[in-house]
Design a protein. Structure first.
Length: 315
């Protein structure tokens, strides 16, 4: 497997204050762990590129994008909602995050890579068509999916979101869209407290009870997601990869282990092998314990690279 790894220094320019859990140290922890393990050196590393207005406008109304641009402060930090703040570089970082998924789509359709991981921030899956929320400005995975449809004619796109929070933004954008299947596992009931009922045929909501462990998680995912994916036969598999369902993450109360992130990534790759010519594009979402985030991404990358999972460091 050729695995591309996309990131950009601009993603570290965005910050929301010294105590905010979504901070530049998240990416630092990931890159340090992957470099130490030797995994980073086995990927095809590249820089993300900024999403264009055209890219963003496929999923966000232009009036919303223009209103958001007007909120950018000249200095300091402004508050957009109770947990989403913006500094002068926030939208530059957000455009880079969304643009990384666009570049990842290019790479898998041009056969430059089998799969791609976008190590970027801010995350995106809470960003609704016309609403900023939950640390998210632009919906990165949605931008990439819309681009794949426009540029490469992809007609069946599966978005698998295994963050501990539901991908309300992705659902908001694609609900009732027969060309996009959205599967979302999340602690229930929990933020964002909307779209929790599966009212649309193309949305597979998978609520997890507090304390859900590895065995139960895998059973539920297999029973909820696999039948839908085999019936859908996606031409592209996209992952909103959140690592905050780990038992040691401070944001929630689901009890997954490192190997569960390997397992679900491997499952997605098997679907991609069957139906999508191996095409998988993954983008970072949550994960707020730097150590478990880095370990989760390491497990994720081992799966993408076609390596076996191991509890021991690679070096």
């Amino acid at each position: 497997m050729i695995t591309a790894y996309l990131t950009h220094p601009h993603c570290s320019l965005h910050h929301m204050g010294p105590e905010h859990p979504e901070n530049p140290q998240r990416l630092e922890a990931i890159s340090a762990r992957l470099a130490l393990s030797g995994l980073l050196q086995q990927t095809m590393q590249g820089d993300a590129k900024e999403a264009t207005d055209e890219d963003l406008a496929r999923v966000h109304p232009m009036r919303h994008l223009k209103a958001l641009e007007k909120c950018v402060p000249e200095q300091g930090i402004v508050t957009l909602d109770s947990d989403t703040m913006m500094n002068p570089d926030s939208l530059k970082a957000a455009r880079m995050s969304a643009g990384s998924v666009v570049r990842g789509v290019d790479q898998v359709f041009r056969r430059q890579a089998d799969n791609v991981f976008c190590a970027v921030r801010p995350p995106g899956h809470h960003a609704e068509a016309s609403d900023v929320m939950g640390f998210c400005f632009y919906n990165n995975v949605a931008v990439g999916a819309a681009y794949a449809r426009e540029k490469y004619g992809a007609r069946r796109i599966a978005i698998l979101d295994f963050d501990v929070h539901q991908c309300n933004g992705t659902i908001d954008i694609f609900k009732d869209d027969p060309d996009v299947l959205v599967c979302s596992s999340f602690q229930y009931p929990f933020y964002p407290w909307r779209y929790l009922r599966s009212e649309w045929q193309n949305i597979v909501n998978t609520p997890l009870e507090v304390g859900t462990d590895s065995k139960e998680f895998r059973r539920i995912i297999e029973s909820h997601w696999l039948p839908a994916l085999h019936a859908f036969k996606p031409e592209l598999v996209m992952l909103s990869s959140g690592f905050d369902a780990h038992r040691e993450d401070p944001m929630a109360d689901v009890c997954l282990e490192d190997e569960d992130f390997y397992w679900i990534t491997h499952m997605a790759m098997e679907i991609a092998t069957l139906y999508a010519n191996n095409r998988v594009v993954s983008v970072l979402e949550g994960g707020y314990n730097p150590d478990t985030l880095a370990r989760g991404v390491e497990a994720h990358m081992k799966a993408l690279l076609g390596m076996p999972f191991s509890d021991t460091p690679s070096v």
